[in-house]
Design a protein around this ligand. Structure first.
Ligand SMILES: [Zn+2]
Length: 327
């Protein structure tokens, strides 16, 4: 900060005329036997008047500029999405993790909250302005991710001048909808993250001729139509997806299950022991299409997925643009 800027700051804050400030500065210099420059003297005066000129500038850090490896990060953002807290067990220890997507108009970033930090999730709603303090960033799947340090926290802002999160209507664009809006019957598409996989079943024997499930009878696998067969395997997975508006149980059969985990059946079979521990898919976003049906046994809605696709950023942004244009 140059001398004139310091003087201006002192004028603004104190309301004193420039001449008075200049006199104070000269006095201070002589008081200190001319050992300080006029800038130095001005700094001292400002400090004596309670002005902190060395305060960090108010320029806000934009999300698009956040990189991995930042320590002591303070960030102002709006909540874009809040995913449900997930429980996990690691080396015999139970833990919790919750992901929140933050946005500030320049970009979005994931914040992951761990264990007791997950308690924040209850207070966080999409659209809210928040300030995160004493946070840090870490690389996760090639992208920076925000985490809170032990002293870190989240402050809810009463007012926030960041752009509102525009809720881009997805209905009617290729059947795209949100989980909170899906209803039974018809097919639909959602963009959501896989947040849970149930560790049941997985591999089933099937007839290589007709791909129907076959069971072992008297020591061999028999298809009702094709007789005794050396079975092929199919993968069936079930889990929960969440798009921030809600979550729903899903069932993935065959290729859809394989697309979800990004593997071929041969590779999946190789992992058969400890299969679920070796998957690294939780938290990944996909575009899911399928049909909603009611599981009569449990009386709950289920999404029977018939296609799983990776999120293609270009197609996604085109879709959003088209929706905006057509509105
Ligand atoms: Zn068969």
């Amino acid at each position: 900060m140059d001398f004139d800027t310091i003087v201006l700051k002192i004028m603004e804050t104190s309301g004193l005329p420039r001449e008075d400030i200049n006199i104070k500065i000269v006095d201070k210099q002589s008081e200190l036997s001319g050992l300080v420059s006029k800038e130095g003297a001005a700094y001292i005066i400002a400090k004596e008047m309670g002005l902190d000129l060395l305060q960090k500038s108010n320029r806000r850090l934009e999300i698009k500029n956040v990189v991995a490896g930042v320590r002591n990060l303070n960030l102002t953002a709006r909540i874009f999405r809040v995913f449900e807290t997930r429980e996990f067990e690691y080396k015999g220890q139970k833990g919790r993790v919750a992901n929140v997507i933050l946005s500030d108009g320049s970009g979005t970033i994931r914040m992951s909250l761990w264990n007791e930090q997950c308690d924040h999730v209850e207070r966080l709603k999409p659209g809210m302005g928040i300030e995160i303090f004493a946070a840090y960033t870490k690389e996760n799947q090639g992208k920076p991710e925000v985490r809170l340090s032990k002293r870190g926290g989240i402050k809810l802002l009463e007012t926030c001048d960041l752009p509102e999160i525009t809720d881009v209507p997805m209905n009617g664009v290729g059947g795209r909808t949100t989980i909170s809006n899906i209803s039974e019957g018809g097919s639909c598409e959602v963009r959501a993250a896989l947040v849970q996989l149930f560790e049941t079943g997985a591999f089933y024997e099937m007839c290589p001729q007709c791909n129907k499930r076959i069971k072992k009878e008297d020591g061999s696998f028999k298809c009702a139509v094709h007789g005794e067969q050396k079975p092929d395997f199919m993968l069936i997975l079930s889990g929960v997806i969440d798009d921030g508006t809600g979550n729903i149980r899903c069932v993935f059969f065959r290729d859809n299950a394989l697309n979800l985990i990004g593997m071929k059946i041969e590779d999946a079979l190789q992992l058969r022991d400890g299969f679920f521990e070796k998957l690294n898919v939780l938290g990944t976003e996909f575009i899911f299409s399928g049909q909603i049906r009611t599981n009569k046994m449990f009386g709950r809605k289920e999404f029977v997925v018939n296609s799983v696709n990776k999120v293609d950023i270009r197609t996604e942004s085109d879709k959003i643009l088209n929706t905006l244009k057509s509105n």
